[in-house]
Each structure stands twice: as C-alpha cells, then as structure tokens.
Design a protein around this ligand. Structure first.
Ligand code: TXA
Ligand code: MG
Length: 321
C-alpha cells in the first residue's frame, strides 16, 4: 500500500514491520534496528547476503552517539558540515547495536538523510532505522515511488516522497585515525568535501573482488546493474560502430549523439550536466531495460565531481569490469 500519513508510517514501523521510505538519494527498505525479525526480513526480501551490513538512519548527532563510540574529531567536522545529507559515516559500533545490522563488523554505518518526510518520521520514532536501498540485491536502486513499487509494492508498504532529488547513493566515509577514507563515492563529491570542510579524504581501493564480504558496498562488482548488457566506454563511436547491427541504447555524457538514420537506437544525451545525469541515472537505465535492447553503451564522464560517482556506478553496472 502507498501511504502518505506519518502516523500510519510510525504505526507500521512500531509494529515491527518494514516500510519503504524516501530519501534524497534513493528509496530504502526500513526497519527498527533493534527488532531482529524486521531486520532479518530486509535481508531476505532483498535477497541480500547476511555478510553485507545495513546503513543506520538517524535524526541527530546525539543519536549517532547512541550507536557509535570513540568518534573521531573529523567525523564531527564532517557531520556538522554535511548532515542532513548524502554522507554515511563508518564508526566504531556500540555493543548494543545488533550484529545482524552490522553483519558482525566492528563498525556501524550511520547517516542523517535529507528528506523532509523521512526526517519528520525519524524524529517521531524511539529508534533508528536500518535501511538499505529498496532494490533486489544487485539491481538498480529505485529513485521514485513507482520504481520501488515495481520491486516490492505487493509486499511492503511505501511512504510516498516523490522523486529523489540526488538519485545516487550516499558517499560512505570511514576513518583511519582522524584521516577520512572514502569507501564508496556517491552523491557527495570529493571536491565538496574538500572545499566545504577543508578535509582531504583518501580513496579506499578495492582490495579484492570477493563479493561475499566487501569492506563496504559499492566495492562489489555487478552491482547497480540493469538487466540489459551494458558497455562502459571512453570511445563511444568505436563501440557504436562495433555494435551497429544491434538494437542499442546510448547514454551519452559529453558527446551529443543525434544520428537520425539509426531508427533502432534510443539516445539519452546528458549534455555534460552531471547533476541531472546522476538524478536520472537509475530511471534512465530502468527505462532502457523496458525497451528490449541488445546492449546499452554508456559514455564515460570526466573523472571529476559527480562524474566520478556516475563512472563508479556505470563501471560496476557494466559487464566489462
Ligand atoms: O544513500 C544511501 O546510502 C541509501 C539510502 C537508502 O540511505 N542506502 C544505501 O544502502 O545505499 P545500501 O545498503 O544499498 O548500501 C550501503 C552499503 C552496504 O552495501 C554496505 O556494504 C555498506 O554500506 N556498509 C554498511 N554498513 C557497513 C559497515 N559497518 N562497514 C562497512 N560497510 C558498510
Ligand atoms: Mg544498495
């Protein structure tokens, strides 16, 4: 059922059921972090390995202190600058945070989202909400109510929050002492972190492509993927030529493509607008999935700002990674 009343949303969560909630990044499947059954159900319904931990959504810095300890100064600096917002912090967890939520890791991932409806809901609850993206494991994250409904509308209630304004997941930042380390690049860019907080996070490189227990998500391959085969390339015209006999979907970053003769092609030109492209990325890919294409060819973005985050998602969605 689709709901819009916060009282109803609270009642669903208070009775230990799951609820799909909107955030500024993507929709998430939420449950009370202290209720075993609703957390177990999140993993099951997503078909997500129990080794892949969940993000805990909170409404204040005080709430962060209830789930984490030994919080580095840099974490407070970042939290003060970027919360509410698309940033998740990996912190040492308190003992009473259930191991099921953190997949037995010593850390807990926390964030204050920036969506009016969900922030109001969080402030009405006595507990934080664990909420991974509301998609079956490995598939595209939903950035609209309708997309979430297609995945889970028959099974889980959805709190309507319109279209997600940012469209890709939060940036996940852990700490090496007081040094921030980016585990997953997302809607908050390295440039924004540097320019606004003065901090220069390091990038955590994937140490292995072991999909069973990644250090942080986003380090997994074959993630964020459409059903259609996707080729990710810097040389879009060579790939178009190689696939000229196929039914193609083109997702262009900087190059404008308007070859009218090729009637079987669907083209989305992003005109170098990475903000709009990020907002629409999963909608565009899921739309292309409905068109029975042979292949989607996505053009690489310049490695800066949101372009870096989009490249990360497209690389993981591609079969050539
Ligand atoms: O924007 C977002 O972050 C969205 C919205 C709903 O908040 N959530 C989201 O959740 O993208 P999810 O589960 O799809 O991706 C979060 C990733 C997990 O895959 C997990 O690997 C990583 O965060 N993670 C969570 N807790 C962790 C921990 N304690 N240590 C390392 N990685 C962790
Ligand atoms: Mg996800």
């Amino acid at each position: 059922m689709i709901i819009s009343s916060l009282t109803e949303a609270k009642a669903i969560l208070d009775s230990n059921k799951n609820l799909i909630i909107p955030t500024e990044t993507v929709y998430g499947i939420a449950g009370n972090i202290y209720d075993k059954e609703s957390i177990e159900n999140i993993y099951k319904i997503k078909n997500r390995p129990f080794t892949n931990p969940l993000i805990v959504h909170i409404d204040s810095i005080q709430a962060m202190e209830k789930v984490a300890l030994d919080i580095p100064n840099a974490a407070y600096e970042l939290a003060n600058k970027f919360w509410p917002g698309p940033m998740t912090l990996l912190l040492k967890k308190r003992k009473d945070v259930p191991d099921l939520v953190t997949a037995n890791k010593p850390t807990v991932a926390v964030r204050i989202p920036n969506h009016q409806t969900t922030n109001s809901l969080l402030s009405m609850l006595d507990y934080p909400l664990a909420a991974p993206s509301a998609n079956p494991f490995g598939q595209l994250s939903p950035t609209s109510m309708a997309h979430a409904y297609r995945y889970f509308g028959q099974e889980i209630d959805i709190l309507d929050g319109g279209k997600c304004t940012l469209g890709i997941e939060s940036t996940i930042i852990g700490f090496d002492g007081d040094q921030p380390v980016v585990y997953r690049l997302g809607a908050l860019t390295l440039e924004e972190i540097h320019n606004i907080s003065g901090l220069s996070p390091k990038r955590k490189e994937s140490e292995s492509s072991d999909n069973s227990s990644p250090d942080a998500s986003g380090m997994m391959y074959n993630h964020y993927a459409p059903q259609t085969r996707l080729i990710f390339t810097d040389d879009i015209f060579t790939e178009i030529e190689k696939n000229r006999d196929k039914k193609l979907g083109l997702l262009m970053s900087k190059t404008i493509y308007n070859d009218r003769e090729k009637s079987t092609i669907i083209v989305i030109n992003n005109n170098s607008n990475s903000k709009l492209a990020a907002q629409n990325l999963y909608t565009d890919l899921s739309y292309m999935d409905t068109l029975n294409l042979d292949v989607i060819i996505a053009e690489k973005w310049e490695e800066k700002g949101l372009g870096m985050s989009i490249n990360d998602r497209l690389q993981k969605a591609s079969s050539n990674c």
